[in-house]
Ligand binder design. Sequence first.
Ligand code: ATP
Ligand code: FE2
Length: 316
Amino acid sequence: MNILGIESTAHTFGVGIITDSGDVLANVKDSFTSTAAGMIPDQVAQHHREVAETVLAQALSSAKMDWNDIAFLAYSAGPGLDPCLWAGYHYAKLWAGQHQKKIVGVNHCCAHLSIGKIWNKLRDPCYLYVSGVNTQIIVQEDNKYHVLGETLDIGLGNMLDKLGRILGLGFPAGPKIEQLAKQGKYLQLPYAVKGMDVSFSGILTKVQQLYEQQKVSAEDICFSVQEVCFAMCTEVVERAMANTGKQELLLVGGVGANQRLCEMLQIMCQERGAAFYQVPLDLAGDQGAMIAWEGFLRKEESGDVEIKPHWRADDV
Ligand code: ATP
Ligand code: FE2
């Protein structure tokens, strides 16, 4: 059985095709980028509408398939930006109607987790999910996700993107911050772990002030923000693993592309005799294959759920 998945929660419009054993047959995406501001939801949704049919055609052609080979469609029902979710839902309904297929709405966050789990063939990992909007430490018990810790304000990726706006780096800023950080040195910044949760907005305010007072370089800011924020996440993840006894850590979400974050988590896992896993770059960010796989896992319990902009992984 092959499942086609549509992703459109934020900047990326993606169509992926996966088999019922988790083999990715196609994964085509087109992401909104901007050299100026961040994401303006209506502009992003317009981008999705402009690229949707082309992305679909490319996905089918790269899998060497047509609609007869597709069992059903999965789409990202949330969480995400309203206009972007509606754009994805529109194409799910349209294409399903044109080709008489069932649609299955899935949770985008759970899709990030489940694609990482199947790709690495893990049994029972602790997840660190760090993307634009989300920063969560998650475990699964009795087929239900539990969030053990999370950001109290903005997600780590959004924080990096906001920092990028302050520094004039364009969007998305994470990769540019990672490059600049390589030339930076350490500045003292607030360290904000509260229980099992973290908070990033105070750190952002602090570096904004320092930068506007022209006291520090962009490189030093990037380096220090990475060191402090990644150390905060690593600390909380370590505590979650100690408390739950999990022996596998899986890093998912777009910020997981950052090599320095991976290095810190790898060291932490090594020190406690646990194993650290990542998701390959093409499956780490937003894309359709993960939506297709989550759709396969949820095909009995979900269906046309319209959109759910604030849907949490622990509400699934
Ligand atoms: P969500 O899953 O919460 O809906 P999303 O759609 O915002 O997330 P992803 O595609 O998972 O996000 O991640 C995008 C984020 O990853 C952006 O904030 C981007 O700046 C960040 N990012 C990408 N590459 C890197 C990197 N090398 N270092 C740090 N951050 C990065
Ligand atoms: Fe995502």
